[in-house]
Design a protein around this ligand. Structure first.
Ligand SMILES: [Zn+2]
Length: 140
């Protein structure tokens, strides 16, 4: 059950770092895909519509799909990382990201999910602070 299992295995800080790397790799992929779309459009010779023009148009479509998929993944991964980062401060000692996951589960209904969240696949986690042993639930 992601991301609880990854956070439990890696620790929050390492998980968060990996999410940022993943999301920004997707952002760069999207940017490069859009450059390739521009290059492929430049190569298309509509007047001489033949096999090469169809290949160039196919490349435009492929790079556009890659760009859109990368952009959506960038937003999803970064949004999830920011969502859990918001709750990763210990309410008692204010330590950031120093907790271990003790229990987790998938959010069942709309009441458990915050309004405005892209809450698909969100999970709750019961966590314990490694510094002061205080326990809280994410999101709280
Ligand atoms: Zn604490």
């Amino acid at each position: 059950m992601e991301p609880a299992t990854s956070i439990a295995r890696l620790g929050f800080r390492k998980w968060y770092e990996r999410q940022l790397i993943d999301s920004h790799a997707c952002f760069v992929t999207c940017f490069l895909a859009m450059l390739m779309v521009a290059i492929a459009i430049e190569q298309v010779q509509i007047l001489a519509l033949g096999f090469e023009a169809l290949v160039d148009l196919g490349l435009v479509v492929v790079f556009m799909i890659l760009g859109v998929v990368s952009w959506r993944r960038y937003h999803r991964v970064l949004g999830t990382a920011e969502y859990y980062a918001e709750y990763s401060y210990c309410p008692q000692c204010k330590a950031y990201g120093l907790f271990r996951v003790t229990n987790s589960g998938r959010m069942q209904n709309v009441d458990e999910q915050r309004a405005g969240d892209a809450a698909e696949g969100r999970v709750w986690m019961n966590v314990t602070c490694k510094k002061c042993q205080h326990s809280w639930r994410m999101p709280h």
